[in-house]
Design a protein around this ligand. Structure first.
Ligand SMILES: [Zn+2]
Length: 75
């Protein structure tokens, strides 16, 4: 069974991704059930958007998180 990411958990999921990007080796906790071992897969299509897939074996979470980017900055 897969579970989507509830709207009220998106902020937590964003924080998980931010922490994971800062230190990919650090353990992440699931934003839904708080279990350790959250799996994060980077599927970003830079420089236009960042896509991350979050998976949790504990609660069956499987969510895609998009972080829009502003694209290349003009010099
Ligand atoms: Zn979970």
């Amino acid at each position: 069974m897969t579970v989507g990411l509830p709207m009220e958990r998106i902020a937590e999921a964003m924080a998980c991704v931010a922490a994971w990007r800062a230190d990919p080796d650090a353990p992440c906790n699931c934003p839904v059930c708080a279990a350790a071992g959250l799996e994060i897969i980077d599927q970003s299509a830079r420089p236009y958007s960042e896509w991350y897939v979050l998976k949790c074996a504990g609660c069956g979470l499987e969510a895609t998180l998009q972080i829009p980017m502003r694209g290349p900055q003009p010099i």
